[in-house]
Design a protein around this ligand. Structure first.
Ligand code: FAD
Length: 599
């Protein structure tokens, strides 16, 4: 269900004089449509994304960031912070938005004594990995040297040391940020801890990060590499890898993948134009132990085997990511488990125009919670999948989207309700980025409302600001009619707003949907599985698992919006909390004969 986060903004600019004045106040550059540098300035790393913002600010200092923020606030503009544009494909349309590029801020300071790196917002991972290694440290970078440290980390950050050391977001010790009010703040566990929690997994919705401070880890021994087999053996090799991955210690982080190398000169001759099934792995430990660990894979007789003791800088190239900007279309999902049937579906759909399809094993440190963690928390699924193809033109892009859709449909039986922030390359409702049973999304929305109520900052996965729901808006619904005022207030405080388009299927009761909705405006139809005719719903009606029982007496049904609808929504975690905390609500459910259906 699409959650709307406000309409397009019309900039309130008295001529262009103000823009020229801003340009004069920046150390960096302000590039406008029509300027000779316009196309270079607006370009994202992902060349398939055609970014058309109102203006591009190439900032060179924290003061530049403050000036752009103040200007945007005064003129009703939005700001989309961007480092490289690796994550640009899920960004909304940039009308009325200044694309604030941090690419000129690439400073990195390594404090070996404190085992910390302070990294400016535009730094790439290679800017940190190399100087950290020179001083005897590793960092929690991902598979590609030119991904931005900040974007990657704010979305979670899963790299080669993820099973042994956890997600990058959870190893951040401080964040320097400019708020929507233009305040420069340093966030850490003592200063503005709510905002510090939110940015570590909540993405770029909360302000412009100007620098980030990361934990450094003493360089361990590393044994790493990749084994290749002909594509025809994909099913057998991936099953063996899966079996192996379930026995290895947390010191091993590994990936099973299928790669169709394109026939281009950048690819080494022996692989050019060929397809392989590949297992890549990093073991934190000695060569002797690593050799023993991978023996089971080696017994499958790979045609190419690069496993060896490696320097930490080598991990940046293990995954063979493209070394320069490319046009890509892809998407990912979490897999609860990886049974043989899921591997079968993966292999069957691993066909061009997809180029790279990978499954990373999760678990280890990514699955263990700690008090100091940020909003990303833990990742509880067994594996994560990502698939991508090159999209040099819209026709091929459409074909890649279709191939991704087919693959995702094939894997749907094992897909988690949650999806991984950094691998979601399409628009996805923010609630899906966090565990359903926690209050993470609600808490993020409240923090957004505190720090950026007007939604100035646009992220690739936006967190909408929480809205204040008046009790009068829910008091008329029969489900809530008997609640005392204080309890109604608590209920209203836990509710969010949503808009749906006509024709949208809102919730299928026997699957994952169990949010309770109150219709404020618009009409819908409850469609049962066979049997009685559809039931109409209108303003004041409640639906969702409980509401359906109330309104239509059905346990399995789908609600379809007949007209555009305005809804108030109480999501499942809040519903569960409120029914436990408010005895009157629980009694109200029982008096209406509304037991929960078992799913
Ligand atoms: C080739 C490739 C390899 C990848 N490998 C991995 C991997 O191994 N593990 C993994 O977890 N992910 C990986 N990713 C996903 C990657 O982490 C995301 O695309 C991430 O968003 C990239 O961050 P960026 O800063 O480079 O991109 P950008 O597109 O510049 O930023 C993405 C988002 O981050 C936010 N942001 C960036 N800078 C700022 C700032 N200064 N202030 C506030 N918000 C900001 C914004 O919301 C922005 O929309 C990979 C992606 C690609 C294309």
């Amino acid at each position: 269900m699409p959650l709307m986060t406000g309409g397009a903004r019309s900039p309130d600019l008295a001529g262009t004089g103000d823009l020229h004045a801003l340009r004069g106040r920046l150390t960096g550059s302000l590039v406008l449509p029509g300027d000779p540098e316009w196309d270079d300035a607006r370009r994202a790393w992902n060349l398939a994304v055609d970014q058309r913002p109102f203006a591009v600010a190439l900032v060179e200092s924290v003061e530049d960031v403050v000036r752009v923020v103040e200007f945007a606030r005064e003129h009703g503009l939005r700001i989309a912070p961007q480092g490289t544009g690796h994550g640009a494909s899920s960004l909304a349309v940039l009308d009325g938005t200044i694309l604030l590029k941090t690419s000129r801020l690439r400073g990195v300071e390594i404090d070996a004594g404190a085992a910390r790196a302070r990294v400016q917002a535009g730094a790439l991972w290679e800017d940190v990995v190399v100087p950290a290694a020179e001083q005897g440290f590793v960092v929690l970078h991902g598979s590609s040297p030119d991904v931005g440290v900040v974007g990657y980390t704010l979305g979670g950050g899963m790299g080669w040391l993820a099973r042994s050391r956890g997600l990058a977001a959870n190893s951040v010790t401080a964040v320097e940020l400019v708020t929507s009010e233009g305040r420069i703040v340093r966030l850490d566990s003592e200063n503005e801890p709510d905002l510090f929690w939110a940015v570590r997994g909540g993405g770029g919705s909360f302000g412009v990060v100007t620098a980030i401070e990361l934990e450094l880890y003493p360089t361990p021994e590393l044994y790493a590499g990749a084994m290749f087999w002909p594509l025809e053996r994909a099913d057998e090799v991936l099953r063996s890898w899966r079996d192996w991955s379930e026995t290895v210690p947390h010191e091993v982080t590994s990936v099973g993948r299928i790669l169709h190398f394109p026939p281009i000169p950048d690819v080494p001759e022996e692989m050019r134009g060929q397809s392989f099934v590949i297992v890549e792995a990093v073991f934190v430990g000695s060569e002797a132990d690593g050799t023993a660990l991978v023996a089971q894979l080696r017994a499958l007789d790979p045609s190419r085997d690069t496993f060896a003791p490696v320097a930490p800088t080598a991990l940046q190239h293990l995954h063979m990511d493209p070394p320069q900007p490319v046009p890509g279309v892809g998407d990912g999902l979490f897999l609860e488990r990886l049974p043989d049937e899921a591997i079968g579906a993966f292999v069957q759909n691993a066909v061009p125009p997809l180029i790279s399809l990978e499954i990373r094993q999760l678990g280890g440190a990514m699955a263990s919670s700690a008090q100091h963690h940020g909003a990303v928390g833990t990742l509880d699924a067994g594996y994560v999948m990502f698939a991508v193809g090159m999209a040099p033109n819209p026709e091929i892009a459409a074909a890649v989207h279709e191939a991704v859709d087919r693959l995702k449909a094939g894997l749907a039986p094992w897909e988690s309700a949650r999806t991984y922030f950094n691998f979601a390359e399409r628009h996805v409702g923010g609630a899906r980025l966090y565990p359903l049973k926690t209050y993470t999304f609600q808490r993020l929305r409240q923090i957004k409302a505190t720090y950026d109520p007007a939604e100035m900052f646009v992220s690739n996965h936006p967190i909408p600001s929480a809205v204040v729901i008046d009790t009068a808006r829910i008091a008329g619904a029969p489900l809530f009619a008997n609640l005392p005022a204080t309890e109604l207030e608590e209920l209203a405080g836990a509710m969010g707003e949503a808009e749906v388009d006509a024709g949208t299927e809102i919730v299928t009761i026997d699957e994952s949907g169990s949010t309770v909705y109150v219709i404020e405006a618009g009409e819908a139809e409850v469609i049962g599985a066979g049997g009685p005719p559809p039931v109409a719903l209108g303003p004041g009606d409640t639906f969702g698992e409980i509401g359906l029982l109330l309104t239509a007496g059905k346990r399995t049904a789908t609600v379809v919006a007949r007209t555009p609808m305005q809804l108030l929504a109480l999501s499942e975690p809040d519903f569960e909390r409120i029914r436990q905390e408010i005895p009157e609500f629980e009694r109200s459910l029982r008096s209406l004969g509304l037991e929960r259906s078992s799913r």
